[in-house]
Design a protein around this ligand. Sequence first.
Ligand code: PMP
Length: 352
Amino acid sequence: MSSFLVSRHRTLPGYVPGTHSEEADVIRLNTNESPYPPSKEVLEAIQEEAARLNYYNDPDCNDLRTALGSRHAVSPEWIMAGNGSDQILQLAFLAFADEQCPIYLPDVTYSYYDLFAALYHIPLVRIPLSEDYSLDPQRYANVPGMIVFPNPNAPTGLAVSREAIRKLAENSPEHVILVDEAYVDFGGETSIPLTREFPNLLVVRTFSKSGSLAGLRLGYCVGNPALIEELGRIRNAMDLYGVNRLAQAAGIAACRNWTYYEKNAERIMASRAYTTEKLRELGFTVLESKGNFVFARPGNCEAETLRKQLMERGLLVRHFAGERTEQYLRITIGTQQEMEHLVAALKDILKA
Ligand code: PMP
């Protein structure tokens, strides 16, 4: 560490991302990307927009917000776009939590939240999931701080109903409730309609999963215009042109032709059902996932050993250290062919 880093950041931990590989023969089932490419319309829109890259992009993302507004039946003032949903999450942490206003979140959840909180010195209070990893929103009712959880949760894949979130919101008007819907398009129930009733509810979404744009970085949130205006002011102070021209054009084109993405989500859900069934036949315990991944515990071998054995065969899956996660693997749902390849590899490994 250099002597120049200010004391505030000296304890910031590092982040361990999933293994990154660009090898053509590697099957990436470790970062919850979509195995399907962007639509033809999106690729054309990106190409066309590329010719205007000499001009700055619209910092307010007006056309994108209008397109998203039509998709979700809300007006554009209820939406803010960001450079990936990670940026939105970070802005929301900065805007609505601090040393005096902690964040309440599940003990097993998206690990990047920890890093944002560490960066901004926000205390975290972890509310344990039940024994079966389910999340009971009532356990967050009226906590003295901001509430954050993904729905469906990651890496478990378990979802909670909109009605359960409504009940939580009815009981918790004092602080912001952030519902991270990164994986909602794979069978979850969105809370976007509830934002009209609850001025403290913020729903965060991404184009990285069902929208096939992980590498372009595009996310957004939906909430009361007061929250959106405050988040927007902070975003503009940090990263005025954060949502680049190509991302805006791609997002607009994707919204106009969303049925392509709905079909892909259906294919992924069908392959998820196949994968769940085959893993169970192989002795795994598999949680009932509503995400584009499954959280699965092998019957009689160490999860981390199995991850390494799969990696030797060119199959990347994710393992998380920690008491409640170390026995499990998180396996992204790829194409049907990729999942059949995974099942065949597992059969082979487990036979030996
Ligand atoms: N939320 C959750 C729960 C996630 O798993 C991820 C991606 N790993 C994100 C947010 C961030 O997605 P992005 O920044 O690509 O929009």
